[in-house]
Design a protein around this ligand. Structure first.
Ligand code: ADP
Length: 246
């Protein structure tokens, strides 16, 4: 379990990005960090990667301590693929950097590309892939080392709505199958309501948690049409209305 106690982050520039953040993330949770631009979502995600540290307060990682770099997968809005390398080589990269031989890695690389719907595209270069496919490669690269914690920073924000819906469904299927902990930054109320088991609603200047909503929609079929999904969307919308000072 990850526990945040009174976590604050102030940058050298003086900007106070986060203040008094208290949260508990259980193993296997799908957490959405939801809020307007600039409220500190990405900063909080970086703190949760263990790569940056709070200015005050603490993050307690439980008895195993912070995850090792190989136990974390990171996905950004920009897929950041190597343009000269094909899909398989891009996915192999994190394993290559850890000294795993190509021969040992390729079965896993092919399996994860297949799981992401990219069988047959192993040799394709990024410039020949659509935006959605590039994001699939980026997610495959994050998953290739079998992380226990997957951090995603607005990964679908630049995609068209049809592609975004498909990738949201694929991500949910992956999460259900692996039961890894997923922390997902978004500024979309609909995306947070659709995906997450725990929705942390943040407000700006400095970023604070306004409230947390839990949701158990995950196993429902046809969720986009379900009353429970629409109730969660209304609940979140109402929280945002309450979070803005009169
Ligand atoms: P969000 O992800 O919600 O859009 P960010 O976490 O990116 O918000 O940023 C929160 C605030 O912290 C913003 O005002 C941003 O300008 C500032 N900020 C983020 N990173 C840095 C940094 N490295 N140095 C100084 N200020 C930063």
């Amino acid at each position: 379990m990850i526990t945040l106690r009174h976590v604050a982050k102030q940058f050298g520039s003086g900007t106070k990005a986060l203040e008094d953040i208290d949260a508990e993330i259980q193993p296997g949770d799908f957490v959405a960090l939801l809020g307007p631009s600039g409220c500190g979502k990405s900063t909080l995600l970086r703190l949760l990667s263990g790569l940056e540290h709070p200015s005050s307060g603490e993050i307690d990682w439980g008895h195993n301590g912070p995850p090792a770099p190989g136990e974390i997968g990171y996905v950004f809005q920009d897929p950041t693929l190597l343009p000269w390398a094909d899909a398989a080589e891009n996915v192999y990269l994190p394993l290559r950097l850890r000294g795993v031989s190509r021969a040992a890695a390729m079965p896993r690389v092919s399996a994860i590309l297949k799981q992401m719907g990219l069988a047959g595209f192993e040799q394709a270069k990024p410039k020949s892939l659509s935006g959605g496919m590039k994001m699939r490669v980026s997610i495959a690269r994050a998953l290739v080392s079998k992380p226990s914690l997957l951090l995603l920073d607005e990964p679908f924000a630049a995609l068209d709505e049809f592609t975004r819906h498909r990738l949201q469904d694929d991500l949910l299927a992956l999460w259900r199958e692996s039961r890894m902990t997923v922390i997902f930054v978004t500024h979309s109320i609909y995306e947070a309501a659709y995906l997450a088991s725990q929705i942390i609603i943040m407000t700006s200047r400095p970023g604070r948690i306004f409230t947390t909503i839990t949701s158990d929609l995950q196993d429902e079929a046809q969720r986009r049409n379900s009353p429970a999904y629409h109730t969660t969307v209304s609940q979140i919308t109402e929280c945002f209305q309450r979070s803005v000072p009169a």
